[in-house]
Design a protein around this ligand. Structure first.
Ligand code: PHE
Ligand code: NA
Length: 435
């Protein structure tokens, strides 16, 4: 078997992890949910969730990955806890599951790049979305998106994922920045800012029981936790850089891109008098697309917008395919390209129902959000903090130059508050799943 690959540079790892984190979650979910759940007051809850729960959880995944330099299943065995491989397996399955429908949405984005160029969706955005989001068209573009993902992953860690994300992540930030500046010039933009950023504490207190689990779930999804992605990416680290520092950087950049996306999307909608109170698929593909139909230069702006969404979706999708590819090449004597093609094909097939009917897509997504993700994150946290325990602190603090107090704080935060928060999220999710 050939030697295991590594990232060429520390920045390469950070950018790849940010590429995984920044995705459709930031661009379509985050701005709308923030606006809906009370604007700036939700932002505060989200930032607390991201720093207080998301950050400790991402650090737990980094520790498991770097310590073992193995994929998300074998890592648990190498640490001496063979039975805990089941947690890794749940994560791997979750990633597999999510990628199947994420790729369908990636296909829609491809379609909207073309639709912006030709102005196809301008006349009737809702009808257009209805036509292209399900059926043979959607299936074909799902295949194209998956092929792009396979192509990058097949090229390997350094030559594929690292090179691609080094280009992609800065592009996302720069292009969103330019779009935000453009949105700023639109008449009516200030109403969008007000809606996005003015705190509404009533909305917050009234919906507290919905908002908190959502904020936690969003932090997990957005940071790509519970899908094996961060364990896998950290397993390619070669060196003693501060995982703590990397984690903070990644959480910060991920939140920053979400806010930036809000500064693009909401002024656009308000400038056109479009109700932002739709969320999910319709929000980006109908409301935002509808706004492009009416602004000057909408064809170009629409094109640029959907290109940036595509880049964000691709740089996330490759991290999920890498989870399964990594596992298979660590265990079997097959080449990376062969595995990428084969597994990409299986994921494509799993996504067929979602491509044929958006009701399936919704069901896949609901199951992932409410059951698979919190369950998987919970398993990882219990393992890292209670089972593996103290040795995790050494791995976490290596190269950080910080005292053991920080590591101990992490350990006890995970052992108590973070685990309780995840259990609560899981319980609330299950309740709404089955009742
Ligand atoms: N963090 C991603 C997002 O916000 C979630 C994700 C990661 C989805 C990897 C798919 C693959 O979109
Ligand atoms: Na994200």
């Amino acid at each position: 078997m050939t030697e295991r690959e590594t990232w060429a540079t520390r920045a390469g790892f950070i950018l790849a992890a940010v590429g995984s984190a920044v995705g459709l979650g930031n661009i379509w979910q985050f701005p709308f949910k923030t606006a809906q759940f009370g604007g700036a007051s939700f932002l505060i809850v989200y930032i607390i969730a991201a720093l207080g729960i998301g950050l400790p959880a991402i650090l737990a995944e980094f520790v498991i990955g770097r310590k073992t330099n193995l994929n998300t299943i074998n890592a648990f065995e190498k640490l001496g806890y063979k039975e805990w491989r089941v947690v890794g397996a749940i994560g791997l399955f979750t990633g597999f599951w999510i990628l199947s429908y994420y790729s369908v949405v990636g296909g829609w984005v491809l379609r909207y790049i073309g639709g912006s160029l030709t102005g196809a969706y301008f006349a009737a955005p809702a009808e257009y979305f209805g036509q292209v989001s399900a059926g043979m068209d959607a299936l074909a573009l799902h295949a194209v998106f998956m092929a792009l993902v396979v192509g990058i992953v097949a090229a390997g860690i350094e030559d594929g994922i690292e090179k691609a994300t080094k280009l992609m992540v800065p592009s996302i930030v720069v292009i969103l920045g330019v779009l935000a500046a453009f949105a700023f010039t639109l008449p009516g933009a200030s109403a969008g800012y007000a809606y996005f950023l003015s705190p509404d504490f009533n909305a917050l207190t009234e919906n507290f029981a919905d908002i908190v689990p959502f904020a936690v779930g969003q932090a997990f999804f957005s940071l790509s936790l519970g899908m094996g992605a961060m364990i896998t990416y950290a397993s390619y680290i070669d060196g003693d850089q501060s995982l703590f520092g990397d984690g903070i950087t990644i959480v910060f950049l991920n939140s920053f891109v979400g806010i930036l996306a809000g500064l693009v999307v909401l002024p656009l909608l308000f400038a056109q008098g479009i109700d932002p109170n739709t969320s999910g698929a319709g929000a980006v593909f109908i409301s935002v697309a509808g706004a492009f139909a009416d602004i000057p230069g909408g064809q170009i702006i629409g094109l640029v917008f959907f290109v940036v969404v595509l880049i964000a979706a691709l740089s996330s999708a490759i991290s999920l395919l890498e989870v399964v590819v990594s596992w298979s090449i660590d265990n079997y004597d097959v080449s990376r390209p062969q595995m990428a093609v084969g597994l990409g094909g299986v994921i494509f097939l799993l996504g067929v129902p979602s491509a044929i009917d958006t009701a399936w897509l919704g069901w896949f997504d609901t199951l992932a959000y409410k059951l698979l993700l919190p369950l998987s994150v919970l398993g990882i946290l219990v393992f890292a903090a209670w089972v593996y325990g103290a040795p995790a602190i050494d791995e976490l603090m290596k190269g950080s130059g910080l005292g053991d107090g920080v590591g101990l704080t992490w350990l006890w935060l995970v052992r108590t508050l973070v685990i309780v928060a995840v259990v609560a999220t899981l319980a609330l999710g299950l309740q709404t799943l089955f009742l």
